[in-house]
Ligand binder design. Sequence first.
Ligand code: TEU
Length: 555
Amino acid sequence: MPATVTGSAGRTGPGWWRSAVVYQVYPRSFADANGDGVGDLRGIREHLDHLEWLGVDVLWISPVYPSPMADNGYDVSDYHDVDPTYGTLAELDELIAELHRRGMKLVMDLVANHTSDEHPWFVESSSSPENAKRDWYWWRDEPNNWGSFFSGPAWTYCEGRAAYYMHLFTKKQPDLNWENPEVRQAVYEIMRWWLDRGVDGFRMDVVNLISKDPELPDAPVMPGQRYGNMRESVLDGPRVHEFLAEMHREVFDRYDRDLLLVGETGETTVEEGRKYTDPARRELDMVLHYEHVEIDHGTFKWDVRPFDVGRLRDRLAAWQEGLADVGWNSLYWDNHDQPRIVSRYGDDGRWRTESAKLLATVLHLQRGTPFVYQGDEIGMTNHPFASIDEVDDVEAVNYYHEAVAAGLEPEDVMASLRAMCRDNGRTPMQWDDSPGAGFTTGTPWLAVNPNHTEINVAAQYDDPDSVLSHYRRLIRLRHEDPIVADGDFTLLSDSHPQVFAFRRRHESGQLVVLANFSGAEADLGELAEECRGELVIGSGGGPVLSPWEARVYRR
Ligand code: TEU
């Protein structure tokens, strides 16, 4: 067990993040202070009252480094500065100072699996096979058959080098070669540079892709696909744990402060998650896995399947149980890569408010550290994208063109995009009902959701029954009640057709959560005997849950 700390008094010292809540800002879409239609650092600073009011402990900001923006900043061309779109390094320093003054921490997003092709390292590496940085990336005379995560091949030919380089994402995101110790030291240097500047940790982008099978074998080609599926050779690769332990020694062990190291580990398993977060192994504090946000994917993400509470419950419980004695969970529904949860696992029509609150309750009362993504706290929904011209995201645009070229009906492809594309989570934050939603006075880089006239922060602020007030209540509960931070987790039914029910137990008492994931009444059946004690959340009391009702009892 990691050193145990409880309640609000425990939010410093070892394991401080167990009672903390992280809030993710996607800077492009959060708040635009200078009216150019793109969010910026000054905009974030102007909204810190909102985060403080909510009770947020840690702010994670998606990349703000200089970037050609081939993937909205996840293609970094300089790790030691701020892109002018977002402001200046001095403004970032001011943001850090202001956050610290308010008792909040700042976690930077570090993209170190790959750089931009415009980063000086790649410019050098690609210039000649004799260059000192020739092995900083993956170069081959002949590519293997791998496809990239964002459609098309994972290899692109480079004239200057007369060779192919590997990129698991777009061709403007060449993968760094972590086999090379110089590369690893260069990354650690960047991390120390930011920690010395005052940041409090990192969310490490796709960190379970940093170690590849060095043989780079051809991969199986799935039916209907043109390129090989490289996952087997790149996910949780042979040296990933060794690299992370080295990073911990070279970076984190040198600091005597409360830091946070979160790894984004797409498609990883519970077993790997235990290793990444086992405190004894000194790798990561927690990982952002994908299992619970892939239950509505078919053979791949654009093959959208209906929501199934049984599958969701199964995956959430597996992570709760798998990391019970070792490691620690992160808890999230949304981020800048996901469609909006209320449109996905909830009901963004008639039951929007109820289902958004239920989703929040279920998330925040599990064992782990909750991550709130901007807009979750007001129940923001997916966007009604009508045509591909309204979509910005490179993953979706690439897929659209590939699928249409392969013969799919454009309207069918758009239907998948409307359900699944990342831009659903990237439309501007809805602060108020004005034309720019209070996000901008200019023309927003991505259209504001038309429902901002109804769904916005200003409309929910003073309403004790709003989704926003509910988030605030849940965050306070984590800070004040040690059951939430430290209690264990038991699934109460693995078969109820509508209800996800679990118990959190601690020496100070227990909480029982009963959540009806459907728009129909749910007869609790045997679970009705759990309806005892003080009703912490909810109003009803009987053996039947109303549509999308979540009830929490303390005893
Ligand atoms: O996301 C990873 C990502 O895009 C996944 O969908 C990917 O397919 C997965 O790792 C495979 O399991 C991160 C960022 O959050 C995203 O915004 C970036 O586009 C991406 O990495 C590349 O940096």
